[in-house]
Design a protein. Structure first.
Length: 748
């Protein structure tokens, strides 16, 4: 394609992020090494994965010829790519017999813009890019775009971004000597009575909103063309990394009104004005690119709406009429306008987490706008209908949630918060607008609850071992809401465990709900749970020192945010995880592609030298184990060939556990291709070889794994950005057979 300019200094020649505009099909892909490589163009990138590649050798080479593309007015070719630590990237640019080269070695797992000096070229005839690794035989990376840069013009362009200061808001803010009453303007999120209660608890505990709010300096310096999506770097520029304006104004407003600190209230108002002055409430130029309809939905817009609404609610005293109208206009046009476009355009968001995700900002925005423009009420009612429909669509008939326990937090953190805001704004009882179907989800919480001392839930699907700091306080709202509404379920226990591990946090809303949640409701958990629609199975049994839990993820046909884990199982014993699901890390880390793979789960995986064995994802079939269990035994049988059709003609997995300490896994299989199979077991604990067996060692016990005589095995330390990850693989050759693995727990 011809270069498309972003500004006077930069242009894009390869929009890999947009499948409709990308010309990836014009690139030649060569695989010179021994490893198995797969690649595809997804909805927002061109991704590569490989296994068993040679260290320090090219894994793949991609090249494209051009018809003497004129680059006489630029001096930099920029390649935006996300690479794993240890990956190397070589770029060769040729034109009229001249050549420019760049060699880069990645020192951390992140997206970067790799700059190649092409000042010696007048045209580009060909670009060649090669990638390999100096550390890992298995790896991944992805490409976002290729662009051209005039570095002199870019420096001048970036120099125009410092036009704002606190003095800019002379007409928008009350004068410095103004004395506020420290009362909410609208009382939507917190009213005066609740505020006094929070102040009293703060005085007693001293741990809400600590005095050092360190990152609150100069919001005007963070005004930018776009707004970063929290800590996710997939969509913004490398030069914008760390420029996270969202969240600080919210904290300043809460701290200011609770502590009666007018300096912080004024700072919060400056953050709202600075947010309103950002060019677009979008992640980056890829969502605002000439000729492209690509967008990252309204994640950023909903966050900006929520923050501006909260600041106008809690720190509204600090604005003049000019300042208030300025923020309201941005909320209506940029925030509500974009969310409305999304709700009209994308039916799928009503059937996954996204409608819920967007709803707190949407609803809070409407609530504040309605206080100023009463005609907004009818649109607020539509938003209520949308979020109720979303809950009814996404909570399955068995109470399950297809996208896993972390994405289920969008129900409590987002959907219920939106319903709460609506109830407060319209003086209705929230219980009257919560869909009755949500009550069925308590069984899902119990099935996926973790017995690990440090986890809330077993991290199946796109769940994480650690909650992102940017979501931690909002996540508490989810737990607090569910524990408040469903007091006679497992939810209060999950909430209290999380609170014990992570504290109550700084969101005042969690403080309000906390007083309503029982410390111990005496809830007795089920020994066995079978979910008939989502397919999840759980066995919970008493041991001498605690409890043992086996959890098997199921599959509803077409479920999103799931991993290649059908047939996997998780084993927890006396407060520790012995056989893990690796969960997911931040999506902007390229290793997130690998964590979804079958070899990162406790699976039977085909072995092949020239291909990467992968099932379909999502699998368009229901996979429901046939299982039973009681306080002593557990048994399941699952047909798992579906989704693996190119690889398995047959695969049946039988798991038998005659006591909490013993598990036998029997796989019966026939391969269509591959030289054999590997039984893969993953653990966050240390692994040793002892007495001819493999032993996983924890604080409370040891899991002994018997390796059959006709098998070999390997023990590997795997890269994982969040948790220790050790992988055991037990190999058996042959395209047909049975592999029986016995696991026995011994208490320490």
């Amino acid at each position: 394609m011809n270069p498309i300019h972003l500004n006077a200094a930069e242009a894009i020649i390869e929009p890999f992020w947009d499948p409709e505009l990308s010309e990836f099909d014009k690139w030649n892909i060569d695989l010179p090494g021994k490893g198995a490589v797969s690649y595809e163009q997804t909805w927002c990138m061109v991704g590569f994965k490989w296994m068993k590649a040679d260290i320090n050798e090219d894994v793949f080479v991609m090249s494209r010829k051009y018809d003497a593309m004129d680059v006489s007015k630029v001096d930099i070719l920029s390649v935006s790519a996300s690479m794993r630590k240890g990956n190397f990237l070589n770029v060769i640019v040729t034109g009229k017999g001249n050549k420019a080269c760049g060699h880069f070695v990645c020192k951390e797992d992140k997206k970067q813009e790799f700059a190649i000096d092409i000042s010696g070229l007048s045209v580009i005839d060909e670009i060649t890019i090669s990638v390999g690794s100096s550390l890992w035989k298995d790896g991944s990376c992805w490409f976002n775009w290729i662009g051209l840069v005039d570095s002199v013009l870019l420096e001048k362009y970036l120099g125009t971004k410092n036009d704002f200061s606190e003095a800019t808001w002379e007409k928008h803010l009350r004068p410095m000597d103004f004395e506020p009453e420290f009362k909410p303007s609208y009382g939507i999120l917190i009213n005066e009575e609740e505020l006094e209660g929070i102040r009293a608890r703060t005085d007693e505990s001293g741990n809400l909103l600590a005095d050092e709010i360190k990152d609150f300096y100069n919001p005007e310096s963070q005004i930018n063309d776009y707004v970063n999506f929290l800590q996710d770097t997939r969509y913004n520029r490398e030069r914008d990394e760390g420029n996270s304006i969202i969240g600080k104004g919210e904290r300043a407003a809460i701290a200011g009104i609770v502590k009666k600190d007018k300096r912080l209230l004024r700072l919060a108002a400056r953050y709202a004005l600075s947010l309103a002055s950002c060019g677009r409430w979008d992640d980056g130029f890829i969502c605002d690119f000439s000729t492209s309809s690509f967008n990252h939905r309204c994640f950023v817009q909903s966050l900006c709406l929520y923050e501006c609404a909260l600041i106008l609610d809690l720190a509204g005293e600090m604005f003049t009429e000019t300042g208030r109208k300025y923020v309201l206009r941005k909320m209506a046009e940029e925030g509500i306008g974009t969310i409305t476009y999304n709700t009209w355009s994308y039916e799928y968001i009503f059937h996954c987490n996204q409608m819920a995700w967007f709803s707190p900002g949407r609803m809070y925005g409407y609530a504040v706008l309605k206080e100023n423009w009463p005609r907004v009420q009818k649109y607020m009612d539509i938003a209520l209908s949308d979020v109720v429909e979303n809950i009814e669509n996404t909570v399955e008939d068995d109470g399950g949630y297809l996208e896993g326990p972390t994405y289920f937090s969008c129900v409590g953190r987002d959907a219920l918060l939106a319903l709460y805001i609506y109830s407060r704004s319209n003086a209705v009882d929230i219980s009257s607008i919560i869909p009755k179907k949500l009550a069925q989800s308590v069984v899902f919480a119990e099935a996926t609850e973790s017995t690990d001392d440090f986890l809330d839930f077993i991290p199946i699907c796109d769940a994480g071992y650690k909650i992102k700091p940017s979501f931690l306080d909002k996540y508490k709202i989810h737990l607090a809401f569910m524990a408040t509404i469903y007091k006679d379920s497992v939810w209060p226990s999950i909430y209290q465990k999380h609170k014990s591990n992570h504290g109550l946090g700084e969101d005042p809303f969690a403080w309000i709900l906390d007083e309503q949640i029982p410390a111990d409701n005496g809830y007795i958990r089920s020994n066995f749970i079978q979910m008939d629609v989502t397919g999840h199975v759980s066995s919970l049994r008493r041991t001498a020192g605690g409890v043992s839990k086996i959890m098997i993820p199921g599959n509803r046909a077409g479920a999103g945010h799931t991993h290649c884990d059908k047939g996997s199982f998780i084993y927890e014993y006396n407060g520790e995880t012995f056989l893990m699901d690796p969960g997911i890390c931040s999506y902007d880390n390229p290793i997130s592609l690998e964590l979804k793979g079958p070899d990162r789960h406790n699976m039977l995986v085909p072995v092949a030298d020239d291909e990467i064995p992968y099932p379909a994802n999502p699998i368009m079939a229901d996979i429901i184990p046939k299982a039973w269990g009681n306080e002593i035994e557990f048994h399941s049988t699952t047909n798992l060939a579906q989704g693996w059709e190119p690889w398995y003609e047959k695969w049946t997995r039988e798991i038998t556990s005659t006591s909490p300490e013993r598990i036998v896994v029997e796989d019966d299989y026939i391969l269509r291709k591959g030289s054999g199979v590997a039984m893969v077991l993953n653990t966050p604990l240390e692994v040793f070889e002892r007495e001819g067996k493999v032993v996983i060692t924890g604080e409370t016990g040891e899991l002994w794994i018997s390796v059959p005589k006709d098998c070999t095995y390997s023990i590997e330390k795997m890269e994982h950005p969040v948790v220790t990850h050790n992988r055991i693989r037990i190999f058996k050759t042959g395209q047909k057979g049975k592999l029986v693995i016995e696991l026995a727990m011994k208490d320490m």
